[in-house]
Design a protein around this ligand. Structure first.
Ligand code: C5J
Length: 218
C-alpha cells in the first residue's frame, strides 16, 4: 500500500480502490478571454495547475486506475439551473466568446485540450458545485469499488471544496494535491487547502503531486 507524505499525516492508499477525480478543467473557467476572465478573474491562477495535472494524469493512466472528469454546466433550456443560481450568475446561458456560458455541448463547456479525457475515462456532467449532487458519481464509485479519491481541478474553494466535503460525508478518504487545484484568489487557495487538512484532517489530506506520482509508481 503506497504512502504519501501529506498534511496532516502520511496517507496510505490502496491502488485498487482509489480513483482520480478531475474537477471542471473547462475552457469556460481556464481560457484567456473566456467566462472566468470576463468576470475579472486572473486565469493564470488556474492555468498553473495544467502542467502538474498533465503529469499526474499521465502517471495515473499508466496504472490503469479509474479516472473521472467532471464538467459544471446546464442543459440548453436551463431547466436544471436553479433560479437562485441564475440570479447570482446571470451570464449562465448567455453568449460568451466560447459559446453559451456553462451550457452542455458548447465549446467553452468542454475540458481544455491539454486534459481531454481519453476513451474509457468517465465524464460526469454536474449542474451544481459538488460532483455528487444530481449526478451518477455515487453509483459510479460504488460500481468500481472506490473508497478513496485523489481530488484535483478548479476551483479550490468552490467545486473542489464542495466535492471533498460531499465525499467526506459519504465516507470517502480524500487526498488533494495542492499544485493540481487552483483558485482565482491566492488567499482562497491557501485557506482552502488549510481548511481541508485542519484539525487532524477534517475533510482529508493535502500533498504535492510529485509525492502522489512517486507513490503510485512504487
Ligand atoms: C465555480 C467551479 N467556481 N468549478 N465553479 O463557479 O469551481
Amino acid at each position: 500500500m503506497p504512502t504519501v507524505d501529506a498534511r496532516p499525516t502520511s496517507f496510505d492508499f490502496d491502488l485498487d480502490t482509489t480513483a482520480l477525480l478531475v474537477i471542471d478543467m473547462q475552457r469556460d473557467f481556464l481560457l484567456p478571454g473566456g467566462f472566468g476572465e470576463s468576470l475579472g478573474n486572473d486565469v493564470s491562477q488556474l492555468r498553473r495547475t495544467i502542467a502538474p495535472l498533465e503529469s499526474l494524469l499521465a502517471a495515473w493512466r499508466a496504472t490503469g486506475m479509474p479516472i473521472i472528469h467532471t464538467r459544471e454546466g446546464h442543459k440548453p433550456d436551463l431547466s436544471d439551473c436553479p433560479p437562485a443560481k441564475l440570479k447570482r450568475g446571470p451570464m449562465i446561458g448567455q453568449a460568451g466568446r466560447f459559446g453559451r456560458v456553462l451550457i452542455r455541448g458548447e465549446y467553452g463547456h468542454d475540458i481544455i485540450d491539454e486534459l481531454q479525457p481519453l476513451d474509457g475515462e468517465i465524464v460526469i456532467d454536474k449542474p451544481g458545485k459538488g460532483a455528487f449532487y444530481a449526478t451518477e458519481l455515487s453509483e459510479t464509485l460504488e460500481k468500481n469499488g472506490i473508497t478513496s479519491l485523489v481530488v484535483t481541478g478548479v476551483t479550490t474553494e468552490v467545486c473542489v471544496h464542495t466535492t471533498v466535503r460531499e465525499a467526506n460525508d459519504r465516507g470517502y478518504e480524500c487526498l488533494v494535491p495542492a499544485d493540481c487545484v487552483g483558485s482565482y484568489f491566492p488567499e482562497f487557495q491557501q485557506v482552502g487547502l488549510e481548511m481541508i487538512a485542519a484539525q487532524g484532517g477534517i475533510f482529508g489530506w493535502v500533498a504535492e503531486s510529485p509525492a502522489v506520482i512517486a507513490a503510485i509508481q512504487e
